[in-house]
Design a protein around this ligand. Structure first.
Ligand code: SAM
Length: 413
């Protein structure tokens, strides 16, 4: 039995045993007294699941997805927490991570921006009304040994067949992928990887081991891409995206990020804009529409092919396929007034951040899906004389511990 303390990065709360040992407890809430099952013992800390709640928090609600509860699949570790409390949890983790990893100066920059309160994590439009459900337009499943679609048990290679996916967009639920009677069972084999995509326009799509799959024979070549439409302050943006390629998962995420990045970048008209980790061009297109002379760099060649199509009305945009590293930043970034970067979960890293700062842009816009990586990158920029000028956090992944941050940095002084 333990009383758990504050949340920490990774979707758990921190508890201390009488002997001082630290235990990271999932499926609990700060302040709760719970009975735990130890799931992993390391020399420096243990991991545990709360399996019985003795003194519940006022923020506890019946889980919206019990299959992601103790012993269940990953991807819904805050499903037992009321939505406003999920966002307070994430704001606490953000503030703590920025201070612990980003350092005092970064923490002070953000405190000064928020009157000492720390950044809030904002809900996306419609999420409160829908209970944070039905937001995910992409789901990844794995087929178990009996041919049923499921997900991995948390920190395990065991596939648990799923009965429900309340976080998935309704269009994906209508595909009938789950359950003993799923018609798709004749299409896939045990061990297959199944991706389902619900684009903002057109039919949903199912990929089995990376190939388009259908229940009935279709005429014509197999579909490989979907179309996405984003309303934005620089007009309606339309994109072609390979179904297996990266696209923001929450239905409202593309619009939210486009607006946040345009806002953070300030006026880009006539400015040279270096965009790193540019994907299929979600941010490239609005930056070009806003008058930026954009040079972009993305590692996935398929995404760059999509970006070329998506930017066909902007032949002036200079799209490059290749790895983002310090040398590439130096080669492509000369004269950049604005740098926008949207790295994967690991962040850009100190070398890339240092090379970006050496370009001496007026503004650096960092889009981050991991607060620890963000904090490391902000620290690196801070050490090169950049301060945080704005920072907004968005709850792009309700019922999980994940969230997104858009930060703008400018030169100190
Ligand atoms: C978070 S996504 C952002 C894409 C785009 N901004 C969007 O919102 O759709 C990160 C992108 O970085 C690319 N990427 C990851 N590591 C990379 C690297 N070392 N060099 C270049 N691109 C990389 C991925 O292929 C992916 O498209």
């Amino acid at each position: 039995m333990v009383t758990v303390g504050a949340p920490a990065h990774g979707g758990h709360c921190v508890a201390r045993l009488d002997d001082g040992r630290v235990v990271f407890v999932r499926h609990a809430l700060p302040g709760e007294t719970v009975r735990v099952r130890i799931t992993e013992q390391r020399s420096k800390y243990w991991r545990a699941d709360a399996v019985e709640v003795l003194e519940p928090s006022a923020d506890r609600v019946p889980s919206v997805w019990p299959e992601a509860g103790p012993g269940g699949v990953g991807g819904g570790e805050l499903a037992h927490v009321a939505l406003p409390a999920q966002r307070r949890w994430k704001a606490t983790v953000l503030a703590d991570t920025l201070r612990r990893i980003g350092g005092e100066q970064v923490a002070e920059d953000v405190a000064a921006l928020t009157g000492g309160a720390g950044a809030e994590v904002e809900a996306l439009p419609g999420d409160d009304e829908a209970g944070g459900l039905g937001t995910r337009t992409r789901v990844d499943l794995t087929v178990d040994g009996a041919g049923r679609a499921g997900m991995y048990r948390f920190r395990s290679h065991e596939v648990l067949a799923l009965r429900e996916m309340p976080l998935a967009h309704p269009a994906l639920l209508e595909l009938g992928l789950l359950g003993e009677d799923a018609p798709w069972r004749r299409v896939w084999r045990p061990g297959a990887r199944v991706e389902a995509v619900a684009p903002s326009t057109g039919e949903p799509m199912v990929l089995v081991d990376g190939e388009a799959a259908a229940l009935r024979r279709r005429s014509g070549p197999p579909r490989r891409a979907v179309r996405e439409r984003v309303e934005s302050s620089v007009g309606e943006l339309t994109y072609r995206v390979s179904a297996a390629g990266f696209w923001q998962v929450h239905r409202q995420a593309p619009r939210t990020l486009v607006e946040a990045v345009l806002d953070a970048a300030g006026s880009v008209a006539g400015a040279r804009v270096l965009e790193l980790y540019s994907g299929a061009g979600l941010l490239t297109l609005p930056l070009a529409r806003a008058g930026g002379a954009v040079v972009s760099l993305e590692g996935a060649e398929g995404a760059v092919r999509d970006a070329r199509r998506n930017l066909h009305e902007h032949p002036e945009v200079d799209l490059h396929a290749g790895r983002v590293d310090a040398a590439a930043v130096r080669t492509l970034g000369g004269g950049a007034g604005v740098v926008v970067l949207d790295p994967p979960r690991v962040g850009a890293g100190a070398e890339v951040m240092s090379a970006v700062a050496d370009l001496a842009p007026e503004t650096i816009v960092h889009v981050a899906c991991d607060p620890a990586a963000l904090a490391r990158d902000l620290r690196a920029a801070r050490e090169k004389g950049y301060v945080v000028r704005s920072l907004h956090a968005y709850d792009l992944f309700p019922h999980t511990h994940h969230f997104e941050v858009v930060a703008a940095l400018g030169r100190a002084g």
